[in-house]
Design a protein around this ligand. Sequence first.
Ligand SMILES: Nc1nc2c(c(=O)[nH]1)N[C@H]1C(S)=C(S)[C@@H](COP(=O)(O)OP(=O)(O)OC[C@H]3O[C@@H](n4cnc5c(N)ncnc54)[C@H](O)[C@@H]3O)O[C@H]1N2
Ligand code: MOO
Length: 420
Amino acid sequence: MSAVTWHEARRYAREVGRPLGPVQRPLPEAVGSALAVPLVALSPLPAYDSAAMDGYAVAGPGPWQLVGRVLAGDPGTPAALSPGHAVEIGTGAMVPNGADAVLPYERAGRTGRTVSGGIAPGRHVRRRGEDCPVGREVLPAGTVVNPIVLGLAASLGHDTLTVHRRPRVGMVVTGSELRTAGLPLPGQVRDAIGPMLPGLVRAAGAELAWGSRIADDASALVAALLRCDADVLVVCGATSAGAADHLRRALDTLAAEVPVRGVACRPGHPQLFAALPHGRYVVGLPGNPYAALVAALTLLSPLLGRLSGRTEPATQTATLAGPVTPHDRDTRLVPVARVGSAALPVGHDRPGSLWGAAGADALAVVPPGWNGDEVELLSLPAAETALPLPAIVPWRPTVASAPTRPTAQAGDIPRVSAAP
Ligand SMILES: Nc1nc2c(c(=O)[nH]1)N[C@H]1C(S)=C(S)[C@@H](COP(=O)(O)OP(=O)(O)OC[C@H]3O[C@@H](n4cnc5c(N)ncnc54)[C@H](O)[C@@H]3O)O[C@H]1N2
Ligand code: MOO
């Protein structure tokens, strides 16, 4: 296996694709997508001269004669205020032309219709456009739309946003030994990658559009690769060299280009990256669950980040606050918890176990022969990315055609001869 370095693999995955075409989305549907054009203020902020405090809008030197009241949402424009006059005003209400300042109730004296007090000109008046003038670019293209961006876009007058289309990902989980529920019988293994992958995909800016489980069956894998119409197809397991590992052979059968056949990292070295003749990308994740996580962060996330038009995140670094043994040739990926500016290895990071990574904030990238310098950190996704979103994550398991073993129970993955 000719493995590329971990950094080469990641750079390749980040640079091979192009952001998907711009689409217009209503605000709520744009969350998680990246802006395809800069966000520009359609309306000034504030949109009109408005009161920042509840009190009295006053014109000229005091005391002032109270001539009316203006509240937020009142129809029309309030009448202009003459020197020596005041109106009672609510926070957010339009400040009448001619008013110099808003005198808060707390600083005002009032006797009948006479208001007194001292206030500097301009105080507590938010002038139209002072937070953001109309036409100003406030966020660059590539910004990920989060709930705060939605709020900002709404306050600047947007109903829709122009964002990059989110990549559609298909997932094929392979393994005759896998089952999806209950305690595994001897020789069986609970599928750990199927539950993990949708959230990883979403955290990288994409959506899981299609999912299937197949047994270790070469023709089923070829059929799945042929039939999936997603932008990116992720195959879990079957990446290695064993008699039941069919991915490399399936890709050769389909005349796929395989620019990354293994990555010099631990765990996760059998991961691969391919392009099918019709242009779709295939990422192969090793079957060991922690190795699959490492591979997802190495090849899949950068690819999806690029296709979804997200700006590349800045590199984060930290000092490792615990002992780590580097590999002599390969990059090690080590789960860590952040403690201030340091990162503490949490252990439990054998290739088959997600225990360490599940309690970690990030994976530390420990280069071969590491000498104790600061290391790069890859953030792990927040829990919210795993919230179920049934509208965009249809899960269509392959229908059983024949059980693999006589003891098969509900939750087993049956051997099938064709992808869905
Ligand atoms: N001769 C060699 N053998 C192996 C090599 C190698 O270089 N030469 N690499 C090893 C490494 S490293 C890994 S990682 C695995 C990768 O194997 P595959 O991607 O082919 O995956 P499988 O063989 O199907 O499974 C490996 C392991 O993971 C378990 N598994 C698979 N899928 C899941 C899942 N969805 N959830 C939980 N666990 C899963 C499976 O039961 C196996 O225990 O190859 C090594 N061998
Ligand atoms: O990719 Mo494997 O053991 O390095 O899990």
